[in-house]
Design a protein around this ligand. Structure first.
Ligand SMILES: [Zn+2]
Length: 313
């Protein structure tokens, strides 16, 4: 297996993982070839089709959420740990981690989202102990438009040797204004952009959404790392499940990406707070988005929040 590398874009500073192992076998990818229960590697009884179990939440002797090594990892803990490249072309070896969490034994429905989120917090906390990793995160891709080749509910945990430039930007903005995320929560309350609230977590449509019906979830108090904010893990799981339910109800199946912006693997200023962004894939990413890193999208967030609040059943 050719080892992965992490490379820095010399002009933007963005990190890119070059991972030859992630090239999928030709017929197994695409909407016409999605696994069924019979062929799904994430369904119970098929554990041999995935990497080895790393941790699991169990109930009555059976797993309800299961973390395992990605069969085609973008980054691996076994890789050496040192910078690569020279001159303008800089990077790092592909040391890191890439894990998958099967979020439910059921192929379609997640019966216990809290167990899956608690397992994710466990895995983040464990990987953060490794000083070779610059940052660790959790994300969930749902639907082919969101880059998922597996319909079975699952999420991923990834550790990278160098913190991404976007995360560094989030850190810098919060360092300049401690408590910034909670101020954004208050602004969302003031402007009637809150969609859901419970167990110390608020879900709201952001002032400058990068996609139609984008929703952010944030804690009511600043805590740098979600994995250390255990009292709010249930609130995050409940909020995400509720927002996803409303999106699916409103738009039919709604492909989306959910991404955690956690603190990096180093100390951060007091007042830094984790937050999560759920980005529906209703509108494709196009040229303006690639140039700006932002978006052109048609829905005002106050309207989006009203629509999402209306999808309550
Ligand atoms: Zn399955």
């Amino acid at each position: 297996m050719t080892p992965s590398t992490v490379r820095m874009d010399p002009l933007t500073g963005q990190i890119v993982v070059i991972s030859p192992s992630r090239i999928p076998p030709p017929p197994a990818f695409g909407p016409g070839h999605l696994p069924t229960v019979a062929t799904c590697p994430f369904c119970p009884g098929h554990e041999h089709m995935t990497g080895p179990t790393i941790a699991a939440m169990e109930e009555g002797g059976a797993w309800v959420a299961r973390a395992f090594a990605n069969r085609r990892p973008g980054l691996r803990p076994e890789e050496p740990d040192h910078p690569i490249g020279r001159g303008l072309l800089r990077g790092h070896t592909g040391v890191g981690a890439h894990e998958v969490i099967a979020e439910s034994p059921d192929h379609v429905h997640v019966a216990d989202p809290r167990a899956a989120m608690s397992l994710a917090a466990d895995r983040l906390q464990d990987l953060r102990r490794d000083g070779r990793f610059g940052a660790v995160t959790w994300f969930r891709n749902r639907g082919v438009e969101a880059g998922s080749s597996q319909p079975h509910p699952h999420s991923q945990v990834i550790a990278v040797p160098v913190a991404p430039s976007l995360l560094e930007s989030v850190i810098a903005h919060q360092a300049a204004m401690p408590g910034l995320v909670q101020r954004l929560v208050q602004a969302a309350r003031d402007e009637n952009r809150v969609v859901w609230e419970g167990n110390g977590v608020v879900a709201f449509c952001p002032w400058a959404p990068s996609a139609a019906f984008e929703v952010w979830l944030a804690p009511t108090d600043a805590v740098p790392w979600m994995s250390l904010d255990r009292s709010r893990v249930d609130g995050l799981a409940d909020g995400l499940a509720e927002v996803e339910r409303r999106l699916h109800e409103g738009f039919g199946f709604c492909s989306h990406n959910t991404v955690l912006f956690d603190g990096p693997n180093r100390a951060v200023d007091a007042g830094f707070s984790w937050h999560v962004r759920l980005r529906p894939r209703l509108v494709p990413i196009a040229g303006f988005e690639l140039w700006s890193g932002g978006a052109i999208q048609p829905i005002d967030p106050v309207h989006a929040a009203a629509v999402l609040r209306g999808f309550v059943t």
